[in-house]
Design a protein around this ligand. Structure first.
Ligand code: BGC
Length: 506
């Protein structure tokens, strides 16, 4: 009997030991796995590092590339495009003007009534999503669609469509265009999600004008502008110290006011104001100082435009979500912390930036929004809290880098025009000797306006790079629908009744 009891006791002890060994083994394996996950995160953090020293190198590179792009055609990846906008709205513009704003996933139609005094503007605005097939189909279909929407918009307003008085339209077209005048230009290439082959190399305002004529709209395209230029126009209308405008939305770009004598590639360019707005197309900026990860390299290689828009691919709303998707995919494949690898993780752009921002800004203790988005968007369920925290951290690293690089870009412009307090590109004077002028930068785009963490990181970096003394002279103003409203303002200042062509190429 005693032997039996002993036998059972030993058996139980052996079994308990085996279970314990199993549990410990599992724990050790899971701890090791977690260590490797943390390793992947650490590697991401290190390769996204944006110390203030590195940001200053990006600032310098941006200023140098701006010089190079102004010196010769093709002298830099920064195209530094002439806009033929040599005067910003003065506030005395009067009348009713229309604008069409095409460039992101939505397009907008606007009607603006200008009273002649720098008054508050209250445009009628209609937003419309662009059907995806139109972004990659035939140009005529896209322009007919836009013209129909404009026709409906005019009809629904108080104006008659076929009135004998010609209406003036500002056309905001947010892609790289080689302008031939303020109201005409040729598309250089598409960016973002657009890829209409038959349009590249074609005159843009002409294509719209033909579509308007086909619809019987008595309207003239008075100006063709980039969205940054519209934003600068509205920014300047509200704050005369505005010297530059930046868009951080689906894509990213900046424009600024430049002296004509600094535009060396266009010798003999004369404007009465002595200056002109330059569309930098900074989305295509590149420098070896940019902190690039293997995820960026893969994203670029798999994009329809490899080696193009490198800065944009690290900063703008079109891409941030996809960088995060790639990091989660790698962790899921290599370390199975997200359970079986979800097939949704292989779908390019499955995780859009608004969903990523919502996860990043989830402040619930259990990160319920993160769990919901992982489930609804990526089909990943039952993710433990510590893994949800990991996802938030990935979003943070990707967004922080983007915002800080955008800040470095802005300071690059300030440096180029001598407004960064460093005494310009040649430097020499100490910061305390320099009398800083108030400098305003107009900013627009959903990433900046709707993503609080992004905005805060951008401001923080501006202060770090410039230092508090200089930073307090630099104001960031958000404009609302500036890209469109600004185009209407520019249509007014370049309207057939009021404008004289002040630009000469001698
Ligand atoms: C385009 C720019 C535009 C920017 C913001 C970029 O992809 O190339 O022309 O200003 O997006 O919309």
């Amino acid at each position: 009997m005693g032997k039996v009891v002993l036998g059972v006791t030993v058996g139980v002890a052996v079994a308990a030991c085996a279970v314990a060994a199993l549990v410990v083994g599992r724990r050790v394996r899971s701890r090791k796995k977690w260590k490797r996950v943390v390793g992947v995160l650490k590697e991401l953090e290190e390769s996204c590092e944006t110390t203030v020293g590195r940001l200053r190198q990006v600032v310098d590179a941006m200023a140098v590339e701006m010089h190079a792009g102004l010196a010769s055609e093709g002298g830099s990846k920064l195209k530094m495009l002439l806009t033929f906008v040599d005067n910003l709205p003065s506030g005395s513009e009067k009348g009713i003007f229309y604008a069409l704003d095409l460039g992101g996933t939505n397009f907008r139609v606007l009607r603006v009534e200008l009273g002649g005094q720098r008054s508050e503007l209250d445009p009628d605005v209609e937003h419309q999503p662009i059907p995806e097939q139109l972004m990659t189909g035939r140009s005529e279909d896209l322009f007919d669609f836009i013209a129909s929407s404009l026709h409906r918009f005019v009809e629904n307003g108080n104006d008659s469509v076929q009135s004998s008085i010609m209406k003036e339209l500002g056309f905001t077209f947010s892609f790289p265009v080689k302008q031939t005048s303020v109201s005409s230009g040729v598309l250089i290439k598409w960016t973002k999600a657009f890829a209409i082959k038959d349009m590249v190399g074609k005159e843009v305002a002409g294509a719209l004008q033909q579509a308007l004529d086909r619809k019987g709209l008595n309207m003239r395209v008075a100006v063709l502008v980039n969205d940054t230029v519209g934003t600068l126009a509205l920014g300047h209308y509200h704050d005369a110290d505005t010297v530059a405008a930046v868009i951080i939305g689906t894509g990213t770009n900046a424009c600024y006011w430049e002296r004509t004598d600094a535009i060396i590639k266009c010798q003999g360019l004369l404007t009465t104001s002595g200056g002109m707005v330059v569309n930098m197309e900074w989305g295509n900026f590149w420098s070896s100082h940019l902190p690039r990860t293997s995820y960026d390299i893969d994203l670029d290689a798999e994009s329809p435009n490899p080696n193009d828009q490198g800065f944009e691919k690290m900063i703008s709303g079109m891409y941030l979500g996809d960088i995060v998707r790639r990091v989660i995919l790698r962790m899921s494949e290599e370390l199975d912390v997200f359970g079986p690898v979800s097939s949704r993780l292989y779908v390019p752009f499955a995780l859009r930036t608004p969903a990523m921002a919502a996860m990043h800004e989830d402040d619930s203790p259990e990160l319920t929004e993160v769990a919901k988005i992982l489930q609804d968007v990526l089909d990943i369920s039952d993710v433990p809290l510590k893994v949800r925290k990991l996802v938030v951290k990935i979003c943070d690293v990707v967004t922080r880098r983007a915002a800080r690089l955008a800040a470095a870009g802005i300071v690059g412009i300030l440096k180029k025009i001598g407004r960064d307090g460093s005494g310009g590109i040649t430097g020499g004077r100490s910061r305390s000797d320099i009398k800083m002028r108030r400098t305003a930068v107009a900013v627009e785009g959903s990433l900046y306006t709707q993503y609080t963490m992004f905005r805060e990181y951008l401001h923080e970096a501006l202060h770090e790079i410039l230092g508090e003394d200089i930073a307090r002279h630099v104001v960031i103003n958000v404009t609302e629908d500036g890209s469109g409203t600004g185009a209407a303002l520019l249509a007014a200042s370049h309207s057939s009744s009021g404008s004289v062509d002040n630009i000469q190429l001698v």
